[in-house]
Design a protein. Structure first.
Length: 281
């Protein structure tokens, strides 16, 4: 599988790459960023943390604003950030051009509804194709994987981990959409990608997955109390109840005065990466 290095920059003694490749999952070119800490130069394989981004984002948002490189360099973590949807000529978008469906809003699912089913196969991309590529091209220890994400990407991180708990030693999220079946963003996306098949919806809903028996050992979640989407789209209390009922250890930090932006994410990124590093040693 050939990859093209779009850019490379030295940072905190490591290498920040932006990489492009042809995706068989989406049928398009896909771009992701990967940070290789200084320890990558000394041989051996290193643990990897996957970061799934939120609505409207590409790999670039966290790469430019996430402030993760110092912590990754300190702890010896590879950090991978994929795009949030397929892109390119012929890739369908929301007919009305809305930000919360279509381009930049793949919701980490494999769509079954036309015209999205052909290209919108982000579940396969982030759980199968991209990890296989990273394992071949970079010194990633695939026995030591963690996953995190923001908003729509927090939803993605939670659902990916809940459906494959043996693969991920650590799971966290920033302001995740925990119950997309119950909120406007999720209802629009799941309805658009799957139609009215609510069985398919439940497989991509963290709270529903937990209700249906999915388990992980523990979760770390941060949410800002000044997040504009807290009550309408995020509803962390639903995750709290589901985890309590299921006996899942949930550490949820309500960060006073913080909003939904990368000012919030960057402030607590090092805390999350330290938490992942402790579980990936």
């Amino acid at each position: 599988m050939s990859v093209e290095i779009v850019s490379e920059n030295k940072a905190h003694g490591g290498r920040q790459l932006v990489v492009k490749h042809q995706s068989s999952a989406t049928g398009t070119d896909m771009t992701f960023s990967i940070f290789l800490p200084p320890k990558a130069e000394s041989g051996g394989k290193l643990p990897v943390v996957w970061y799934l981004s939120g609505l409207t984002c590409t790999h670039a948002n966290v790469t430019e604003k996430g402030e993760y490189r110092a912590a990754c360099a300190e702890h010896g973590l590879i950090f991978v950030a994929p795009d949030t949807s397929p892109r390119g000529e012929g890739v369908p978008d929301d007919p009305a051009g809305a930000y919360d469906f279509g381009l930049g809003a793949g919701f980490y699912v494999d769509a079954t509804q036309k015209p999205f089913a052909k290209n919108y196969r982000m579940w396969t991309y982030v759980t199968e194709e991209l990890p296989a590529l990273v394992a071949v091209e970079f010194p990633a220890d695939m026995d030591r994987q963690g996953i995190t994400g923001h908003s729509m990407g927090g939803h993605g991180a939670l659902t990916v981990a809940l459906r494959d708990p043996k693969r991920f030693r650590s799971v966290s999220a920033f302001a995740p959409i925990v119950a997309p079946s119950q909120v406007p963003w999720g209802q629009k996306a799941l309805g658009g990608y799957f139609g009215e098949d609510r069985t398919a919806w439940r497989k991509h809903d963290a709270v529903a997955l937990i209700e249906d028996g999915a388990r992980v050992g523990e979760l770390l979640v941060d949410v800002g109390t000044a997040d504009n989407f807290l009550e309408t789209e995020l509803k962390p209390e639903l995750l709290q109840k589901a985890c309590a009922d299921a006996g899942i250890g949930l550490q949820i930090n309500l960060r006073e005065g913080y909003d939904h932006s990368y000012y919030f994410i960057s402030t607590f990124m090092a805390d999350h990466l330290r938490w992942h590093a402790e579980r990936l040693r």
